[in-house]
Design a protein around this ligand. Sequence first.
Ligand code: NIG
Ligand code: FE
Length: 421
Amino acid sequence: MFADKVLVHFSQIFSPIDHGRPLRGAEMSEATIIEDGFIAIKEGKILEIGSGEPRKELIGEQTKIVDYSGKMASPGLIDCHTHLVYGGSRENEFSKKLNGVSYLDILRESGGILSTVRSTKAASFETLYEKTKRLLDKMLTHGVTTVEAKSGYGLDWETEERQMNVVKKLGHDQPIDLVSTFMAAHAIPEEYKENPDAFIEMIIEDMLPKVKAGDLAEFCDIFCETGVFTAEQSRRLLTAAKEQGFKLKIHADEIDSIGGVDVAAEVGALSAEHLMVATDEGIKKMSEAGVIGNLLPGTTFSLMANTYAPAKKMLEANMAITLSTDSNPGSCPTANIQFMMQLGCFKMGLTPVQVFNAVTINAAYSVARGETVGSFKTGKQADIAIFDAPNIDYPLYFFATNLVQDVYKHGELVVKDFARI
Ligand code: NIG
Ligand code: FE
């Protein structure tokens, strides 16, 4: 069978080992690194990868050959945790942060998430759509081809629905694949301040069925944190969401360890997010329950904290881990997953192979897309990030600079010479 395109002579291809499930513990240190590699593409899918000259049988008269000498390729990067759609921005909180006011204190004073809720409520569908599209374009130029997107800046149905509809429409209108997560339980709205249990009940009885009926989200998530939602409230919401057919995620152990990890293990969440202050006992529970640890070092960095999630302990305990941006206007305003990968090395002590596995194959399974993306297995989508780098170490070592030169999505070139085309 002739290929449509063959990309040849990569100095290295990073190819994750695909067992059909996330890589755990020591498995995360393994990958196939192909020298002088080629990638053959047919109808937007991976046909074959290999080393040296591609087989004659792959090359027909119509086959396009592209030379990538001196460049490194990996599967398209997957940003598996973002708060993508929001109105406004929060640089007004930056000087407060510099003066030592904490994230939870800003939230207690109705700033933080609640300030973005006000801006998002005030923004039209078109405003949110255009703003989010620009952000996605930036992510794409950083090599990202799949993004998980949470709602949660509405807290009322009308705005939550608008956020999810923006995600739905953008899923059709631009190249990045989007995975939608419903997260109305992101903060306690002012009108429920005295009775957060009633807010959880309202989400369960009123909002979840509407999300399902409108096919607006695949996952349900909740912020389990001091001053936000308790472990008991998280348990109640996620149990109900599971019964209604949602896959589950939970923001746990981000600032304080208040039992979110236990809930993740009990309810069978696919992933627990943040885990900056995860305990040894929590790590053991997640490992036993097969919960993926989704780590967001940019949030630690942006919160000006030193509590990076204990990634190495998690690997020692045979957990699967991922890395992602948490892209949001408060605790991590960024579109650059490469910097998260670098923080994974610089601040968590991970190796380049572990980091690339985290943002490709494991991230794919953490958003239930392991069947279609995350590795170069034949038949998977030809989503490819091409780095202006000779090997897989270089993009981790040369930090805080976008090194993704070209991006293919479904086999089509969408970023060329560092620019969106
Ligand atoms: O993951 N933890 C809760 N949500 C986001 C922050 C959102 C915001 O500050 O706007 C997070 O850190
Ligand atoms: Fe988050």
